[in-house]
Design a protein around this ligand. Sequence first.
Ligand SMILES: [Zn+2]
Length: 296
Amino acid sequence: MIKTDANLNLLNSHITALIKKDIYLNRIIEKCPTCESKHYIKYGSFKGIQRYKCKECGKTFSNVSNSLWSYSKKESTKWIKFTEYVLERKSLRFCAEKLEISLVTAFYWRHKVLQGLNYESVPSNLRGDVHIAKKLIPENFKGSRNITVTVRHNIWVVAAKSGENSIIVKPISRCHWHLPSFNKKIYYLIDEKAYIVPYGDRYISLVAKAHNKRRTKEVLNDKIIWSFQIILEKWLKKFHGVASKYLEKYLSLFILFLTKKEINYMEIFKKLSLENRFIKTYDIVISNINPIGVAL
Ligand SMILES: [Zn+2]
């Protein structure tokens, strides 16, 4: 009797293997993920993925090591769909239900995806007219255990934008304006010859005054920076509050939302898969949070 694969399980697992192979075929491994030695040899392949053996520490690794895949046995199609859901700001419950994964898995996955996007979203520099605005966001301790604070301070979130697609949005300080932090997180990106256009904040105006020297110039308002406070507020509302410690990650998603009109999920997913910077599940756990309590 011929067995039928009514649920397309075979096809799905085949697609997963193909996508993995395609993504990792040309990946160049620079060093052993365990001891960082550059002395390693090819060590056969498994399901089409090249394996290596380190000559220093003897550990084996593959083209998939230290990436999205190395900690997940789930199908790649689920990861792609999940990345799409994160970019569409679907709730974790929605993701878990649709993809038949647990809520805890969905929580970790979202952090991995956001962590990857974090590095994708920073522009190489800001030139020409650079529009800068701020928004104060009340601190949010969602998901944190043993919170004893009674006063909630504001987090200073600053946005700087030049041209169509160069924008950075970062939390820079808590409670007060902090110039060194602004310099470290945003100002270093601003070209020396750029012209800073401040929007209604005296600290940012001071930065502009110092940077622009005596130049003055008529500049049209930037639509996004002009309504930055409202846009960000509305955008964050969809998450029903974001824990402050994750704010930066969510803001990188916000940047994608602001800049990319058409999002190519497959491209983003490929980039995320190849990045070496994914946090391991373990790193999330030790930051002492309750997985279920955060940002559902
Ligand atoms: Zn090694």
